[in-house]
Design a binder for this molecule. Structure first.
Ligand code: ADP
Ligand code: ADP
Length: 226
């Protein structure tokens, strides 16, 4: 059974603009899929429909085999990582990572265990007492990832997470995200307009153009064969 299954997904915005046109895609459990395509092709819209931040005009969205079209984002158990990190400036790194667990009233001991584990994985252990203002861009991005990790979600959804970083840091973070995903084995959908990112990350690439899914395959299948 696919972890995430999109069946004939269509999105028409209120003004009639069709941003996503009949997209069908199955994402396997533990798979890392990159959604790539030029700006405006509908990547973000598709990702937002997976998370539940955007209504689906027609088609079915299944998560773990269950139809979630009508389910609120909080009931989908997915973790989204945005490019602007959305960290709380007045909270420490520890509390920023712990935040989703605090909302769920997870007991302190378990919060500590999960935050410590995520911090180790992301090399943030030394920075737990700091405020976001005292972190580098890459460290802030790691905190945002830590927050996704502690939720033990069924899938990670990344929306252009590295676009605010410089080229060198982007390269480092790419490696880090790939390592983290392999280590955790969590199903991941990663949106980018950057072809290098698409080719170096992930198991499969899905190419979107003007709302239509044009090709799906490994980097090798899509970019190296004649
Ligand atoms: P991408 O993430 O690939 O850049 P988006 O999914 O953000 O693309 O947008 C796809 C298309 O839908 C774009 O043409 C965009 O202008 C349009 N669009 C996005 N959000 C809305 C909205 N709320 N209302 C109308 N059109 C929108
Ligand atoms: P208690 O047993 O009273 O929860 P802890 O020392 O475990 O005492 O933690 C107290 C609070 O301090 C925690 O709820 C958490 O918010 C925060 N905290 C715990 N460990 C760290 C840490 N390594 N860095 C920053 N804050 C922490």
């Amino acid at each position: 059974m696919a972890a995430i299954s999109m069946r004939n997904i269509v999105k028409r915005y209120g003004d009639g603009y069709q941003a996503v046109d009949n997209v069908s895609l199955d994402i396997a459990d533990g798979e890392f899929v990159i959604l790539v395509g030029p700006s405006g092709c509908g990547k973000s819209t598709l990702l937002r429909m997976i998370v539940g931040l955007e209504d689906i005009t027609s088609g079915d969205m299944l998560i773990g085999g269950e139809r979630v079209n009508q389910k609120a984002p909080r009931d989908r158990n997915l973790a989204m990582v945005f490019q602007n990190y959305a960290l709380y400036p007045h909270l420490s790194v520890y509390e920023n990572i712990a935040f989703p667990l605090r909302l769920k009233k997870v007991p302190d001991a378990e919060v500590k265990e999960r935050v410590t584990e995520a911090a180790n994985l992301l090399q943030l252990t030394e920075h737990l007492d700091r405020k976001p203002a005292h972190l580098s861009g890459g460290q802030r991005q790691r905190v945002a990832m830590g927050r996704a990790i502690v939720r033990q979600a069924d899938a990670f959804l990344f929306d252009e997470p590295l676009s605010n970083l410089d080229a060198k840091l982007r390269g480092q973070m790419r490696t880090e995200i790939a390592r983290m995903q392999k280590q955790l084995g969590t199903t991941t959908v990663y949106v980018t307009h950057d072809q290098t990112e698409a080719m170096t990350l992930g198991d499969r690439i899905a190419v979107l153009r003007r709302g239509v899914l044009q090709q799906v395959g490994s980097a090798r299948q899509l970019y190296e064969e004649p």
